[in-house]
Design a protein around this ligand. Structure first.
Ligand SMILES: Nc1ncnc2c1ncn2[C@@H]1O[C@H](COP(=O)(O)OP(=O)(O)O)[C@@H](O)[C@H]1O
Ligand SMILES: Cc1cn([C@H]2C[C@H](O)[C@@H](COP(=O)(O)OP(=O)(O)O)O2)c(=O)[nH]c1=O
Length: 211
């Protein structure tokens, strides 16, 4: 659903380890320096459903794929109502680390029809900009292990990231901009600013100077 609220919603998408969390903080700092009010948030959230999802992952518990999909949708419904929509109504720039394209790609990789997943997210405002961070699966795996010191079940993880990545590659929606995330942190930051500038309104500070 396209929103007509005064704020802007920018979401950061892509497979794990592409540098989303790094870049969201850098863009947040940049926009705040420009005089914007910024909300930085993420999914899964820290709300009741998001905590449940993280706990399932941490405990390596298996739930049915249907249950998993429903948990992500419940988390997003709550996130929209309690955080995203109120912030957009106040004219804030909302930066969200993962949103419904992650459900399309990850739960799509689990076998659900991507188009059906998109329909189930019709309650959620469309982002004004969805940045899809693109790296090879090899780079993703390297960054995950380096950054977090996790011991990987290499083959399983490689296979599932490849499937998720293939769905991200196929997505074709008007608000998507693809970012080459193999570059340095500084180069990516510049590409992110360029994309954001197309949809972010003039900052309050500049409006005041001109009038
Ligand atoms: N452009 C980059 N080049 C090399 N390493 C990076 C880059 N961006 C992020 N990293 C590192 O890769 C790891 C994963 O980055 P992170 O921002 O947490 O990714 P994500 O949020 O997409 O999982 C971290 O250790 C981070 O410091
Ligand atoms: C938002 C969302 C995330 N996920 C997955 C992607 C991640 O592997 C996992 C946790 O997200 P996240 O905390 O972003 O993981 P990371 O910090 O490792 O990038 O949840 C889905 O499967 N569906 C969704 O709708």
């Amino acid at each position: 659903m396209k929103h007509a609220l005064p704020g802007r919603l920018i979401v950061f998408e892509g497979i794990d380890g592409t540098g989303k969390s790094t870049q969201i903080l850098l863009l947040g700092e940049y926009l705040r320096r420009q005089g914007h009010e910024v909300l930085i948030t993420r999914e899964p959230t820290d709300g009741q459903f998001g905590r449940k999802i993280r706990k399932l992952y941490a405990d390596r518990k298996q739930v049915s794929q249907q249950e998993e999909l429903e948990l992500f949708l419940a988390d997003r419904r709550e996130h929209c109502q309690t955080e995203l929509l109120p912030a957009l109504r106040l004219g804030k720039i909302v930066l969200c680390d993962r949103y419904f394209l992650s459900t399309v790609a990850y739960q799509g990789a689990n076998g659900f029809d991507p188009a059906m997943i998109l329909e189930h997210n019709a309650f959620a405002p469309d982002p004004d900009l969805a940045l899809i961070f693109e790296v090879s699966v090899a780079t993703s795996l390297k960054r995950i292990t380096q950054g977090r010191g996790e011991q990987l079940n290499d083959f399983e993880q490689e296979e599932s990231l490849t499937r998720v990545s293939a769905i991200f590659d196929l997505l074709d929606l008007p608000y998507i901009t693809r970012i080459d995330a193999e570059q340095t942190i500084e180069e990516i930051h510049r590409a992110v600013i360029t994309a954001a500038q197309n949809i972010v309104p003039q900052p309050v500070s500049e409006t005041l100077i001109e009038s």
